[in-house]
Design a protein around this ligand. Structure first.
Ligand code: GLN
Length: 379
């Protein structure tokens, strides 16, 4: 059979987590917490299952959950989004991103992405027959040069994909970035996919800027979110997409034939929990900043270079002072020989990086962060 994705292997997250398990290494590679979501949320799921919420929910998502999402968007961003025709619950942000790409991209359309680029974007574009244009972010601060983006726009450009807070670098887009994106998108009539799954994980008092807050972007964007990050339940694979009614109609046409729905009792539990604890997400920034600060402080004595993450639960470490190995080799070696797994950043880039970066997930208990730092400081 001829492969539809000939250049695509198994995702680095699966590769590194498997290697970590095989080597019995501390796994700071794939991004997931080593603690559970809130007890009340897990109890709500158990109840939802026992109470018989076990058949297909509505295609767009349970209405009470869509209403909670709508209320949350208003509470955190002062954004109005109709639960009826602008919010769609999906089995994870990944499905929403795939459906949004599939809904928009025609063969030959160009899509601009920024490297390092989350690994699910390009295969989706490729399967739709689109052409991915990679623009490298600057190093070591991982910013976007909007003049460079303007220069990369051609008559075939159909879409720009952004991700803030950014995985893997931890960089965030600020008001100036969103304004520049808005001007560009309006001028060239582009559609935007904005991956905002780490929306509540910003540090040092920074506020998340959502595309939904900018009128020129609001009408032309699919904004994608994930409950996995916000409620520490990545394995629940539930997220949502917010988009103007005309875009939502097209998104749902695809979603109904990719998965049709997201899991029913999970939606029931999330709706209950969000109603009972609307302030829960507001506590996440402090919770994760403590972890980031602890990890960075402990590493001050190491030979790794770092600049503290602005957002996400990832920290890049630069190992240029330690080794000239390729980052894929370095990540593999550290897992096998030192018992600590990370993610090499070059796999998210079309062109070689100047720096030598490994990504570490700090959504871990204090004990694990201390063990990790002890290993890293001895290298
Ligand atoms: N997004 C997670 C990460 O960056 C992993 C998700 C996955 O394994 N597909 O680590």
């Amino acid at each position: 059979m001829q492969s539809k994705l000939p250049d695509c292997g198994t995702t680095i997250f699966t590769v590194m987590s498997a290697l970590a398990a095989q080597c019995n290494a501390l796994n700071l590679s794939q991004g997931f917490p080593d603690y559970d979501g809130p007890l009340a949320l897990r109890q709500a799921l158990a109840r939802a299952v026992m109470d018989g919420n076990n058949q297909y929910p509505p295609m767009a998502g349970l209405l009470p959950l869509r209403e909670q999402i709508s209320a949350k968007l208003h509470r955190y961003y002062h954004v109005n989004a109709s639960a009826d025709n602008e919010v769609t619950v999906t089995p994870g942000a990944t499905e929403a991103i795939y459906c949004a790409i599939t809904a928009c991209i025609q063969p030959g359309d160009e899509v601009i992405v920024f490297d390092p680029c989350y690994d699910s974007y390009e295969p989706g574009i490729q399967l739709a027959g689109g052409i991915t244009r990679h623009i490298p972010m600057s190093e070591p601060d991982f910013r976007i040069d909007w003049d460079q983006v303007e220069d990369a726009v051609t008559p075939r450009t159909r879409m720009i994909m952004v991700n803030s807070p950014h995985n893997p670098s931890g960089a965030i887009l600020r008001h100036e970035d969103l304004s520049a994106l808005e001007a560009l998108a309006v001028t060239h009539n582009l559609t935007i996919i904005s991956d905002e799954v780490y929306e509540h994980l910003l540090f040092d008092g920074e506020q998340h800027c959502s595309v939904l807050q900018y009128p020129g972007l609001r009408e032309r964007s699919f904004a994608v979110f994930s409950f996995g990050k916000t409620f520490h339940v990545t394995g629940w694979k539930t997220g949502y997409c917010v988009a103007a009614p005309e875009l939502t109609v097209e998104l749902r046409k695809i979603h109904q034939f990719v998965t049709f729905v997201a899991v029913n009792p999970i939606q029931q539990a999330l709706a209950e929990f969000m109603q009972a604890e609307p302030d829960y997400p507001a506590g996440l920034a402090d919770f994760y900043q403590q972890k980031r600060d602890l990890f960075c402080e402990l590493l001050a004595a190491s030979r790794f270079g770092l600049s503290p993450s602005e957002g996400t639960y990832f920290q890049l470490l630069d190992y240029a002072a330690i080794s000239t190995d390729a980052d894929t080799d370095m990540a593999s070696r550290l897992t096998r020989e030192r018992g600590i797994a990370s993610i090499p950043v070059s796999v998210f880039c079309q062109q070689p990086l100047t720096g030598s970066y490994l990504r570490f997930c700090f959504a871990k208990s204090e004990t694990v962060l201390r063990q990790a730092a002890e290993i890293l400081c001895a290298i």
